[in-house]
Design a protein around this ligand. Structure first.
Ligand SMILES: [Zn+2]
Length: 230
């Protein structure tokens, strides 16, 4: 796998595939791989974490062609990204809308900054999978059937996964952050809980609290390098 020249990294050089449509009608896109999908990387499920999309896009733009075994969803919540909101256009936190045993209709609380109180109310949806983005992502995961999913968030600066797989180990060292086997608070209806119940290993990478360009400087090249070799 050869890297493109930095001058060529302004665009994604291969076609993205539509796997669904958002509540507001935006296309849900993914970058497929050429062979069996071993790893699916997902960014932007929370619309107010746009640095996750930026970083994953910058990683993807290193490559001239699709990777053999790694697929990418650069923005799982395009309406939230467009609106600048954590939830989607219906104020649903998509990461609480997955059909898990512990899904709850309870309001989920978030905060504007790490120092703020958790007082911003979001919905978990009227039922599990009430949102088109959740349904589409589940269908994509079923179709690709990856062994492992990397779900990128910010800004808690940790790596959480049940097993310390090579990728989890790599990300822990790369971001010099703590590896946790449990995030430490209940996440009913989350993607990670859903994947755990469906025997797909999930790594949640909470990026450190850094500006997008610093995240790019620290992580884009090493991550692209790692991905080009697995
Ligand atoms: Zn998040």
């Amino acid at each position: 796998m050869t890297f493109r020249n930095p001058s060529e990294r302004g665009t994604i050089p291969f076609d993205l595939t539509r796997f669904g449509i958002s509540e507001l009608g935006a296309p849900l896109l993914f970058a497929p791989c050429r062979e069996k999908c071993n790893l699916l990387c997902i960014a932007g499920i929370h619309g107010e974490e746009p640095e996750t999309t930026f970083l994953l896009s910058r990683v993807l733009r290193h490559f001239a062609e699709p990777l053999n075994n790694i697929a990418f969803v650069l923005c799982a919540n395009p309406d939230g990204a467009a609106l600048g909101t954590r939830g989607n256009a219906n104020s649903v936190d998509l990461n609480r809308n997955f059909p898990t045993a512990n899904w709850s209709a309870q309001t989920t609380l978030s905060r504007a900054t790490l120092e703020s109180e958790r007082i911003t109310e979001l919905s978990s949806g009227t039922k599990p999978k009430s949102e088109s983005e959740t349904c589409a992502l589940i269908e994509l995961i079923n179709d690709l059937n990856p062994k492992e999913i990397l779900s990128i968030h910010s800004p808690l600066n940790c790596v959480e996964s049940k097993h310390k797989t090579p990728l989890a180990q790599f990300l822990t060292e790369l971001s010099q952050s703590e590896h946790k086997t449990d995030i430490g608070y209940p996440t009913p209806g989350s993607l990670g809980t859903y994947l755990g119940e469906n025997a797909i290993h999930c790594i949640t990478w909470e990026l450190p609290r850094l500006a997008p360009e610093i995240l790019h400087i620290k992580f884009a090249e090493p991550l692209a390098d790692y991905m080009s070799k697995v």
